[in-house]
Write a protein that binds this ligand. Sequence first.
Ligand code: ADP
Length: 272
Amino acid sequence: LEEQTIVKITFTPIKPQGQTEMVGLIAILQDVTEEEKLDRQRKDFVANVSHELRTPLTTIKSYLEALEDGAIGEPELAMRFLKVTRQEADRMTRLIHDLLQLSRLDAKQARFNKKAINLTNMLEDVVDRFSFQCKQKNIQISLHAGRYLPHVYADRDKIDQVLDNLVSNAVKYTPDGGKISVYAKHRANGMIEVAIQDTGIGIPKKDLGRIFERFYRVDKARSRNMGGTGLGLAIAQEIVRAHDGEIWIESEYQNGTTISFTLPPCEPEVIG
Ligand code: ADP
């Protein structure tokens, strides 16, 4: 048994037939660590969802009350309050969208439309999509893709979402003047590896092991201020796993983060 093992013990008395006297006991030891862990995760998840939904609602309610109590008579103030209210409603919409997507992925109901995809083109597109945001923060973003990268067998929209989540994190958590590099290479085992490296705030060692958990954030306030739902990495992980790939993170606190994932190559006959 390991140190953190949770064991359920059941005792059954042994009574020879026709006797009332017990002559012994059978003890059955069951390792229920995994069940307990799942049960705790499920309860934590429900508590987290409730909390995450209640927070914006509380804000919306208090701003509406302030408007009712007279702020509506001051147009400038009223506009500010309405803006906050709308932003919080947007956050709830994002959260519910992410939750529904996770629940479809969990239930294996998400449909994957896998095809041969030119990954280099996709990565060029994602770098283009973020170039404006990067420019605003004076962040240099660049792509380094291997020359003869095979096509990958993947669902384009879903992988786009993974890339959006990962690159938007890199932008969010990298201060002005930083650098983001996107790499793609063909690994010796045949899989295609994509890595997104930033020179941002990094993640402390103690948090690294839990970073893919739903709603786990290093700094809750910072993540909320940036509009994050705390589900981006969890969704990315589910999507990558549904492609038989792996996703992992390396990070050095205050120095930067690299998040990498793999995708299967396309069998030659599927291309074209
Ligand atoms: P969020 O919506 O909070 O960004 P994610 O699931 O995308 O949620 O990420 C979870 C947490 O992981 C973030 O709150 C942040 O603390 C940390 N994180 C993710 N990507 C990075 C990164 N590139 N640099 C530093 N921290 C990161």
